[in-house]
Write a protein that binds this ligand. Sequence first.
Ligand SMILES: [Zn+2]
Length: 409
Amino acid sequence: MRRGTNLGRLGDFNQAVILESIRRAPDGISRVELAGSTGLSPQTISNVVRRLLDDGIVREDRTIVSGPGKPRTVLELEGNRLVSIGIHLDPSVLTFVAMNLRGEVLRERSIDLPNLEVATETIQLMADTVKEMIAEIRIPKKHIVGVGIAVPGPVNVEDGVVLNPPLLDGWADVELVTPLRKLLRLQVIIEKDTIASAVGELWQSKEEKSDDFVFVYCGHGFGAGIVIDGEVHHGSSNNAGEIGHFSTGQKSVSCEECGADDCLAAGTSYEFMAAQAKERGLELPSYEIMGPEQRSEGLNRLTELALEGNTVAKELIVESMVRVGEVAGQLANALDVSEVVFGGPQWDKVRELVSDDVDAAVKRRFGLRGVHELGTRSSTLGSQVGAIGGACVVMDASLSPKATALLLR
Ligand SMILES: [Zn+2]
């Protein structure tokens, strides 16, 4: 939990710290408890709380009785006063959520296997869907803080440009933020999907959870979100967490990009899995031209077969996810985190089949086991994690000025 500072000019930072404390107390929090959790003086708390009450972001109209002594008046978030929209642009599914300040999803929408190749049409589809959702939740537009879009990396966050995601055709150097901002007249932010997912996981965790963890995003590709000391690590270009070409220590095929024969991307590619399946007597869809759409379709078919109980398909899915575990364990070593969290659309589908084997792989690789434990778990945010992450990113940008930003003022 971040603590505030009693230096006057850091007012915005204190507000963010106070809001975070209120947000993490689902049953409300008294001013005295706020002083305890934030380290701020009663005067500072009083000033900030007054501002939040005036803005209608928090309310203070409920008293609760706990133990002896007089009842406490508690501060709570006025949930729907601020709402953000999250979008996740994934090669196989376009997901939307409307989320309030309490982190509750008010509305969700997903469009399976959308035709994403013409970026301008996709951007129009995004704008139309967001407008519909805002109309459906019946919240005035002035209470919508903005739209956060989680996109496959690499991205240029400052310019709002999707650079050249390997699994998304037609999206090389596509401006996403400017056109969407024009269409919606709202603040729009993009973030790499793995980083957004880590923001979502951090934002949504109500009780005290680990401040140091790796979020392993499992979609049609794999990436990591890194959280250290309760802050998401963005990297020098906002593209941190590329693990696609980490060595898994298990030979597969030679990777066209990095040349290694044991990298994660090669060992989890549809091409490799389809060839393995064939060797073991399972025929998967084969394609003359192999593009992102074909890979998605083939992987979906393999996943379906595994879930229906086909032994070969199950083996292949487990082997592929164990490779991810091998990499996650190494990352956990390098960063000395206490937890590895798995999530994303593919994880959501196969977690029951693979989580024990993946856990074992992570722990096998974790060299600090004599020093501290390393836990693994599934994200509670399910297949919406990217979209919720997007919504959290824009909420976070509106409410939580980071300590680093303050230093620049
Ligand atoms: Zn590679």
